[in-house]
Design a protein around this ligand. Structure first.
Ligand SMILES: Cc1cc2nc3c(=O)[nH]c(=O)nc-3n(C[C@H](O)[C@H](O)[C@H](O)COP(=O)(O)OP(=O)(O)OC[C@H]3O[C@@H](n4cnc5c(N)ncnc54)[C@H](O)[C@@H]3O)c2cc1C
Length: 488
């Protein structure tokens, strides 16, 4: 008999959370701690969504999206998870750039960037200071007509080298481009500039393991291999979900699945206003990426001066379209030293990432797809040799992932690494106004993306779900009281 992955699930919950990305996990934990009964449903066999890992023979563990996040994670993990999780967050001190315009190493915070801008790039100190203040002062409610390119042109006109230094890491961190609203750059850039770039010591496997323990402590029911196929929204309010052939009732449903998939696949446009459907259709997906995962032989080591994160490019200028081209000129390398997993087997691993277009991969037939992956691996090893000499001889395992891989594992439309572009946030926020009890939290709108953005968005939406449930129970109590008074 096939295993019943829903055997421990009850028939009704206050809240069903669809998807166990960092937004879904955090929302589930916040709601359960607030006293709500919560069911977390994940279609994959592992929790974590993009925050995940995989193992290969030889003791190698690869992290998929553990490259770096801002210091704000410490506070969010302490508040919404545990002190133990927060205490495992450590700084990455060697962030390197290497391109035809400049080569440098930085701690990637305001002090060090001020030093670089004024001493190395000879920028006027007042312009540098005004730029940092402007970026830090940006908030979500600002006007959004200014693009990131216009922001740079205002403070550093004609300085393509400065733009590259300031923009390249953020494009990598959240897929934003020079053409996006400046606020989507300013908020994320300032988050990093406050203290630098951080990582989770122990690896993603340890983080998600600790989170699962907390969820169980908080009383969340967790089901993996539970693929939600429909959110029941009849009559303008959420009633429950259909999952693995079963119906589970809920007062609220919080979807952590892709925004587009939530609206058009799990619900259906007939349940929404025409204007809302048009707005939702216009939301652009974010780009995807390719990765090459490389593990060195057990006895091999990389000198730590190679860096933790290395933004390398052979393109003479920084251009958005070049970043996405299948003809790769930019690669971001993450170097994982044995200290990444102090309790694990000592290993050195490297992950090379490049932003990518879904269609460049999805349109290939099976043979060309495999050939293109082989080419990606070979050209990456060639490029890496500059930083890790004789890498081919020192390597124990290598493999590649593409936008198609991400779509396969997470069901994200077009394998988008960071959900949707900026306009997705307004659509995500509008869902409960369309259907009572329906919520979305997850990578949207650049700011609410990445580990920190997704987690914090989960908290914001969880609090809204809790308020709605509280209001619904007040209305019910008043109706019962009214009924009793009427019958007296
Ligand atoms: C290669 C790569 C590198 C990255 N590097 C970084 C980085 O260095 N720093 C950083 O901060 N961020 C990074 N990110 C981004 C970051 O990982 C994501 O923004 C974040 O993890 C997304 O969290 P989320 O909550 O939006 O959900 P996701 O992680 O997208 O998870 C959604 C979950 O929903 C599940 N699901 C979908 N549909 C259903 C359904 N119908 N039923 C049940 N379950 C369903 C999926 O299986 C998945 O588990 C990276 C992303 C990628 C792809």
């Amino acid at each position: 008999m096939p295993r019943d992955f829903l055997k421990d699930a009850k028939d009704e919950y206050d809240v069903v959370v669809i998807g166990s990305g960092l937004a879904g996990l955090t929302a589930a934990n916040v709601l359960a701690r607030a006293g709500r009964s919560v069911l977390l449903l994940e279609q994959h066999y592992k929790l974590g969504g993009m925050a995940t890992w995989f193992k290969r023979p030889g003791g190698h563990i690869f992290d998929i999206s553990l490259h770096g996040f801002p210091y704000g994670m410490v506070k969010s993990c302490r508040r919404y998870w545990s002190q133990e999780i927060a205490d495992s967050i450590v700084q990455l001190k060697h962030i390197r750039f290497d391109n035809p315009m400049f080569s440098l190493t930085t701690t990637f915070n305001r002090d060090d960037f001020t030093r670089l801008l004024t001493h190395d790039f000879k920028v006027d100190p007042q312009a540098a200071s005004a730029f940092f203040d402007t970026a830090r002062g940006m908030n979500f409610y600002d006007e959004r007509s200014m693009t990131t390119r216009e922001l740079f042109d205002k403070f550093f006109p004609g300085r393509e080298d400065v733009i590259r230094l300031l923009m390249e890491p953020i494009t990598y961190a959240n897929g934003s481009t020079l053409e996006d609203p400046a606020i989507s750059y300013g908020i994320v850039f300032s988050n990093f500039m406050s203290k630098g770039v951080f990582t989770f010591e122990g690896g993603t496997d340890k983080l998600i393991g600790l989170m699962e323990r907390e969820l169980r402590k908080s009383g969340v029911d967790i089901c993996i291999k539970a693929n939600v196929t429909r959110i029941d929204c009849r009559g303008g309010r959420v009633r429950g979900v259909e999952v693995n052939g079963r119906t589970i009732r809920a007062g609220a449903v919080l979807s952590n699945a892709n925004l587009n998939a939530t609206i058009f696949h799990l619900i259906g446009e007939q349940y929404f206003d025409r204007a809302f459907v048009d707005e939702a259709r216009a939301v652009r997906l974010n780009d995807s990426s390719t990765q090459v995962y490389m593990a060195l032989k057990a006895e091999e080591r990389i000198d730590e001066s190679t860096g933790d994160l290395l933004f390398s490019s052979t393109a003479p200028l920084f251009r958005t379209e070049l970043l996405l081209s299948r003809d790769i000129t930019s690669r971001t390398y993450s170097f994982y030293y044995p200290r990444t997993r102090p309790e694990g087997r000592p290993r050195c691993l490297i992950v090379s990432s490049t932003n990518a277009n879904y269609d460049d991969w999805a349109s290939l037939n099976a043979e060309d797809y495999e050939e293109s992956k082989r080419d990606l691996v070979e050209t990456t090893l060639d490029a890496l040799d500059k930083y890790v000499p004789n890498v081919r001889e020192r390597i124990d395992h290598v493999e590649a992932s593409t936008p198609v891989t991400f779509q396969h594992y997470t069901q994200h439309v077009n394998g988008a690494s960071f959900g949707t572009k900026f306009e997705g946030l307004a659509v995500s926020r509008a869902l409960p106004h369309q259907i009572t009890g329906l919520y979305h939290a997850g990578s949207v709108g650049i700011i609410m993306s990445g580990w920190l953005g997704a987690m914090n968005y989960g908290v914001i939406v969880a609090n809204e779900v809790d308020s709605q449930l509280m209001q619904a129970s007040r209305i019910q109590t008043a109706a019962v009281a009214g009924g009793e008074a009427g019958s007296r």
